[in-house]
Design a protein around this ligand. Structure first.
Ligand code: FES
Ligand code: FE
Length: 381
């Protein structure tokens, strides 16, 4: 699991008047709204005696601990201690970590790290969201799988011929190919030629002929562990699946999915769209949850890769660079050693700005190391 990235914490409409608990990167957080309605994210644990802020309530825009009523403002500072009202002194140290938030595409994005704003990878673009030329449906999915494995599955085109009968024929598997690949510093995109089956059901069968050549453009962003899958059902009819895959913990991934289409834009077709989106997610889950080892392999030494894996290798290489050269990977073995005994904090800008150690120690990270070479070899194959 990687820090210093934006992740989707929750759907915007799930964060109302009450605080909401979310888990990301194995840690608990509280989301709440201030009096202007802006969403905020703080570490969930009260620094007094460990109460859970998400089980409390909001008072004048401050989240209130249900144990002894301490109140924390949006920047994580404790601003009210009811038992000390007489002399009004609040210890300097009474500050929980506060994380930057942004609301986009009906989702609350939280920056899980302490990089200055100018150095953060941006939230992935999704210009079709909210555009009246596109009709959207949303869904949510939970996988008992590693977030890296989930992303890799989402950008892998070769599996469609075997896992998704809606998008692939195994008889045309040998004709699918990557025809273009563009790599950027924190995202990459590709174009693939495919020969999918005719769509079934009502008007859908007129969309394309059986095994007609089509183009599919998978893109991934390190921000949000996001996949954008752009499918050209035919040259005029397009579908885009935008999936932000949040690592809840080491073995659980939560997918916030929005699918948009530029055809059949009436509500009447939403049910079918959603059904197909969820069918695809179900088909992927059945495969991904059974892959071993459970976590995405750190190098390719124990796997055999071929040309059609090129785009996935691009993702692995980018991910490895963030681990080896930037040191953003959480050392989960070390965290596990202290389970239930010690609380760790994900570094936050508020802690960095206050130049304080903070009460809770920072989460241990995997130390920087020499770049592994095995991934490069396959990427250029
Ligand atoms: Fe939160 Fe005491 S534990 S106020
Ligand atoms: Fe799939």
């Amino acid at each position: 699991m990687l820090i210093n990235l934006w992740y989707v914490a929750e759907w915007s409409d799930k964060v109302g008047k009450e605080p909401v608990r979310v888990k990301m990167l194995g840690q608990q957080f509280v989301l709440f709204r201030d009096e202007e309605g802006k969403a905020h994210c703080l570490a969930d644990t009260c620094l007094h005696r460990g109460g859970s802020l998400s089980k409390g309530w909001v008072t004048d825009g401050n989240v209130t601990c249900p144990y002894h009523g301490w109140q924390y403002s949006a920047d994580g500072k404790c601003v009210v201690i009811p038992s000390e009202m007489e002399d009004g002194r609040i210890p300097e140290k009474a500050r929980v970590d506060s994380y930057p938030t942004e609301e986009r595409y009906g989702m609350v994005w939280v920056f899980m790290g302490d990089l200055p704003e100018s150095e953060r990878f941006p939230i992935p673009p999704f210009p079709e969201y909210g555009d009246p030329n596109w009709r959207s449906v949303t869904s949510e999915w939970e996988w008992q799988a590693d977030a890296g494995r989930v992303l890799e599955n989402g950008i892998d085109i070769a599996h469609a011929s075997f896992v998704h009968p809606m998008f692939g024929h195994n008889s045309t598997a040998q004709r699918n190919k990557i025809i273009k690949l563009d790599r950027h510093d924190n995202w990459a995109t590709s174009t693939n030629e495919m020969y999918p089956p005719q769509l079934k059901g009502g008007l859908r069968r007129f969309i394309r002929k059986d095994k007609a050549k089509t183009y599919v453009h998978p893109t991934f962003y390190m921000s949000g562990n996001t996949i954008r899958m752009h499918i050209e059902a035919n040259p005029k009819m397009h579908i885009i699946m935008f999936d932000a895959n949040t690592p809840v913990d080491e073995h659980t991934t939560r997918t916030f999915a929005i699918q948009v289409r530029n055809f059949f834009r009436w509500r009447l077709f939403d049910k079918g769209s959603l059904k197909r989106l969820e069918r695809v997610l179900r088909e992927d889950t059945a495969i991904v949850e059974e892959t071993r080892p459970f976590y995405l392999a750190e190098t390719l030494e124990n796997e055999v890769s071929v040309k059609s894996d090129r785009f996935m290798s691009t993702f692995r290489k980018m991910r490895r660079d963030l681990i080896e050269q930037r040191g953003w990977q959480i050392d989960s073995d070390e965290v596990e050693k202290y389970r239930g005994k010690k609380l760790f904090a994900i570094p936050s800008p508020s802690r960095r700005e206050a130049q304080e150690q903070g009460i809770e120690p920072l989460l241990p990270l995997v130390p920087l190391s020499a770049p592994s070479r095995s991934v490069d070899v396959v990427e250029s194959a």
